[in-house]
Design a protein around this ligand. Structure first.
Ligand code: C5P
Length: 230
């Protein structure tokens, strides 16, 4: 049986949402966003370890929320995050159980991930070493210069918006983070670090439902989904 370690980063400040409460701790239908997210993974048979990354002041709050999850065969812990998302993951990697074949990283603020996408990412990561979910972009994307003028228009048919969970063979992810930390390389997702290692990353088609709660409009959409209106 494949063993999966899941890292859920939840140590962001949530400034873009403009609320005092960090995003993972906002309630939707009586449960926090992070609890909705954990709900989507807790029954996965491959799950062997769950690492939640929280900022120092929220560690106890996360421990409290975790007491509701009943999976005695899963090693569940809370670890401290860092200034940037990449620092948060770097710290969590120190606690990954080396008996796990795969490591998945999923944003705390994507509570609508579908089980079939998770399963497909796990399957493809076992096969290729690295698998991430994504969707084709809807809008035309332009590259701008510093003066706010268009530099170029890449062919849209090749452009995909990438989400999480991003799933990797454990050693590939460890090597990618080691290399990035040694080179001072930073990326906006974990896959960029794996790409920087020279590993080919497979993309699994996901859906628009797996959006990241970032702006107030996303929170409104999330409320409608939890209430069953969408
Ligand atoms: O900031 P962004 O929307 O990319 O954050 C994605 C996820 O990473 C969120 O769940 C957030 O809580 C987490 N994060 C973190 N540590 C940081 C910044 C973000 O765990 N320093």
């Amino acid at each position: 049986m494949i063993r999966l370690s899941l890292i859920i980063p939840a140590a962001g400040s949530g400034v873009r949402l403009g609320m005092k409460t960090p995003k993972p701790f906002i309630e939707l239908g009586g449960r926090t966003i992070i609890q909705h997210t954990i709900d989507k993974f807790i029954d996965i048979p491959e799950l062997g370890q769950l690492l939640i990354v929280a900022s120092a002041q929220n560690i106890d709050r996360v421990r409290g929320l975790l007491s509701n999850f009943d999976r005695s065969d899963v090693d569940i812990s809370v670890v401290e995050g860092g200034d940037e998302r990449q620092d948060s993951i770097s710290n969590a990697l120190k606690f990954v159980d080396t008996g796990c074949d795969l490591v998945a990283i999923h944003d705390a603020v994507r509570p609508f991930i579908e089980k079939n996408v998770v399963e497909e990412c796990i399957r493809k990561a076992m096969k290729y070493g690295a698998a991430i979910p994504g969707i084709p972009v809807k809008d035309t994307v332009k590259v701008l210069n510093d003066e706010q003028f268009v530099e170029s228009t890449p062919d849209r048919s090749f452009l995909w918006q990438i989400q999480t969970p991003q799933v990797f063979k454990r050693q590939i992810l460890f090597d990618a983070y080691d290399k990035a930390n040694n080179e001072g390389f930073t990326g906006t997702d974990d896959s960029s670090l794996v790409e920087n290692l020279g590993v080919k990353v497979h993309v699994v088609k996901s859906s628009y439902d797996n959006f990241k709660i970032t702006y107030p409009i996303d929170l409104k959409l999330a409320e409608l989904k939890v209430e069953g209106h969408l």
